[in-house]
Write a protein that binds this ligand. Sequence first.
Ligand SMILES: Cc1cc2nc3c(=O)[nH]c(=O)nc-3n(C[C@H](O)[C@H](O)[C@H](O)COP(=O)(O)OP(=O)(O)OC[C@H]3O[C@@H](n4cnc5c(N)ncnc54)[C@H](O)[C@@H]3O)c2cc1C
Length: 467
Amino acid sequence: MDIGHLLARELGADRVILRGDERLDAYQRDESPLAPHPCDAAALCRSTAEVALVLRLCREHRVPVTPRGAGSGLTGGCLPVRGGVVLSVEPMQAIKEISADDLVAVVEPGVITQRLQDAVEEQGLFYPPDPASLEYCSIGGNAANNAGGPRAFKYGVTREYVLGLEVGLMGGEVLRVGRRTTKGVTGYDLVAGFVGSEGTFGVITELTLRLLPKPPAQATLLAVFRAVADAGAAITALIGRGIRPRVIELADKASIDHVRPRSRYKFPADATAIVLVEVDGDADSLGLQLERIGEDCDRHGAIDIFAANDPAERRALWEARRLISPSLKEAHRFKIGEDVCVPRSAIVEMLGRVDRIAAETGVAMAVFGHAGDGNLHVNALCDDDPADPAVMARVDQAVGRVFADAVALRGTLSGEHGIGLVKRDYMPLEQSEQVLGWQRRWKAMWDPDDLLNPGKVLPARRAACSE
Ligand SMILES: Cc1cc2nc3c(=O)[nH]c(=O)nc-3n(C[C@H](O)[C@H](O)[C@H](O)COP(=O)(O)OP(=O)(O)OC[C@H]3O[C@@H](n4cnc5c(N)ncnc54)[C@H](O)[C@@H]3O)c2cc1C
């Protein structure tokens, strides 16, 4: 009996989608530009016991298993590259507990991030990680990828909010790691190891998450600049004053030009950068903070500055930033969005390098991102046929140069999207064979037969790197 029919017999036919069923197609792709990868079956697990059962049977039968949350990943992390079984935790949707006294939530991994945020905010609490995909990505996927978002500048990324995990291991053992208290240094930090391991160590079946009291008020400021260096200087100045905004976003000229036709705000013709800053805290203190941020932007050459604390007006200021990604996507045959990170002091240099790469390779680029963290979404834009190998070779060369430059500026390949399949072979650009070797040993400890999400994160030994 093949693995799909075996799982259908053990879990129930309604929990397993078999090869030949067109519903399987959705489990063979994610939001990366990669082609679908065929698998034998998708197991839709409702409980930890079902996850453990799938992991036991797959280990016994030596079948690869690929964990999957909501499939919103951008790096091919949940693609079943070696076939086998896609283990989806999508049906595990329970918010088991929200404790205002302990500032903790206990949730199943399939809970959609926005749903958790809404549920805790109803109780005056706050779960800060805010990936732009929060309306459709899952908390389990966020932990597996250590997701970030605009608010990471003040509040940090998902890792800062995962206190404890329940994890299904290859072979079917269930492990609980971490704790419910915010502080705790007992033993090695296994939670930190699972967070960001991209489903290669174990399948997350429950998360204990740290919450904060909800900040009472927010205010937003948008500044438009003629030169990206001026925008960079304004950001440095406002951080230097000791102001800690929750968001500092930046977008370049190419991004502005794509948004221009759809935006209600008429950007000046010479606008080359926008900075969006958001602060939160006591309503009384926000006005003064915005005034100071406005002064810094003004002093560094902003040609337009808008500030708002009314929710509708704040949404209007966010409009230009939110329109960038869909505008780029609609305007081009395909776009490849990378998420390198550089030290904040190197942002302006990195943007200059991206312009040079675009000019020299003929691949248009638009950059926006979380400037407070130096996390830049560099988008390679192309209108040629992606099926033409010469086109893809040119795009790959441009993207490879972006990675190499980010690393040369003491940055990193990924600030929040993870490595998955897309960036796996670029790992040697940043990490030595020694570091990769220790990570391979770590992976082998949890999954000695290399059956759990194989082919992700770590390149094969001495992988040929495209740079
Ligand atoms: C428009 C758009 C905007 C985005 N914006 C952001 C952003 O601002 N910040 C950001 O960080 N990301 C962003 N992303 C990327 C993506 O949404 C995140 O990586 C998200 O965390 C993935 O969650 P998911 O549930 O969709 O995971 P999936 O795509 O299903 O899986 C992602 C990885 O996690 C593993 N995984 C999933 N669930 C589990 C589990 N329960 N146990 C173990 N491993 C698991 C998978 O094997 C895979 O390796 C964006 C994506 C899109 C399409």
